[in-house]
Write a new protein. Structure first.
Lengths: 160, 182
């Protein structure tokens, strides 16, 4: 964990993180995965090279930790429909084959390591459950598309 | 005669319901960490109201229904029931723990205020009955029609928290004053 363990001293590192780094990431789910990747799994501390150069390392760590928690809570309280949208966008951005991606996420559950420390356990359960459901929804949609006969698919627009 | 029997049956029924509440949890009990049992049970930045609205809201169920998959509906219902029961269990257990701590502290207290203590007890019994009701209804119908009841349970638990905090600070002030005056 970060040394101070509490964010609130210096807002600039947090604003900098939001503007420069997280602003360039297309969806909250991708932001969550990114922020989790800046955390050391052995110590739980966050580290971001660029942010540590511009701000004090403790401030950078606090900013990363705060952003991680905020994005987690945003995702955990999101409606299932919006979460499916987030996941769909994340699959597209990852450029993996969608069915392969869904299978890997259902089997390996990599989203479990993206959960921040010291968050409410009910929110953690809700988040995990919603991700599981969102994966199932996407899989279900893919299977429905595959099952449709070619005649049932919409005709391509000839004018374009 | 009937009235006496009814009056005698009410406390017995209450006791039975409270004891049943302890036995109805069918989810894997976990050791609550220190954070769960602390007075400020919710970490900074969490709006538990939003969390409760999400768990008990029919919005997600309607979305799942629109997908037209029976399997998905089944998974969804099982998942949400599990989370709703977990929330009730966790909330109930946390309040039980702070009440236990308060009871132990009240035994030692010399300036116990009867009025607020009785009010607190009333709120606590109401909260436990509400939790029992929630567990039964979640099991019977699922969590989606219970948003208002769950929100009320959350508000009640928060008000118990507040009253406990006030009682604790109230108990501290006179002793502090005594210490200052001595």
């Amino acid at each position: 964990m970060c040394e101070s363990g509490k964010f609130g001293g210096n807002q600039s590192a947090y604003d900098d993180l939001l503007r420069r780094t997280l602003g360039g990431i297309p969806c909250d789910l991708a932001r969550l995965i990114y922020l989790a990747s800046t955390r050391d799994y052995n110590s739980g501390t966050y580290h971001h090279e660029g942010l540590s150069v511009r701000h004090r390392p403790e401030e950078a760590c606090d900013a990363l930790q705060t952003a991680h928690r905020e994005i987690f809570y945003r995702l955990a309280s999101m409606s299932l429909e919006n979460l499916v949208g987030e996941l769909e966008l994340y699959v597209r951005v990852s450029r993996e084959h969608p069915m392969g991606f869904l299978r890997a996420w259902q089997e390996l559950e990599p989203y479990r390591v993206a959960i921040p420390m010291e968050v409410d356990p009910t929110m953690v359960r809700l988040f995990l459950s919603n991700i599981k459901l969102a994966l199932e929804v996407l899989k279900c949609r893919r299977l429905q598309v595959q099952r449709l006969p070619s005649g049932a698919l919409p005709l391509p627009s000839l004018g374009r | 005669m009937t009235e006496i029997l009814v009056l005698a049956a009410i406390p017995l029924l209450l006791l039975l319901m409270l004891s049943l509440l302890g036995a109805t949890w069918n989810i894997q009990e976990e050791t609550l960490d220190a954070q769960d049992g602390a007075r400020h049970r919710y970490p900074r930045g969490v709006d538990m109201g939003v969390c409760v609205q999400r768990i008990f809201s029919p919005e997600d169920r309607d979305f799942v229904d629109r997908q037209g998959s029976a399997r998905l509906r089944q998974i969804y219902r099982a998942e949400r029931t599990k989370i709703a029961l977990y929330w009730v269990w966790k909330n109930s257990r946390a309040i039980r723990q702070v009440m236990r701590e308060h009871r132990l502290a009240a035994r030692e207290a010399k300036n116990l205020r009867v009025g607020p203590e009785l009010g607190l007890l009333f709120h606590y019994v109401e909260f436990r009955l509400l939790c029992f009701l929630l567990v039964c209804l979640i099991r019977l119908f699922g969590p989606h029609a219970l948003k208002d009841l769950a929100t009320y349970a959350l508000e009640l638990s928060q008000s118990i928290d507040r009253v406990l905090a006030e009682l604790t600070s109230g108990a501290r002030v006179p002793s502090a004053e005594r210490a200052g005056g001595a």
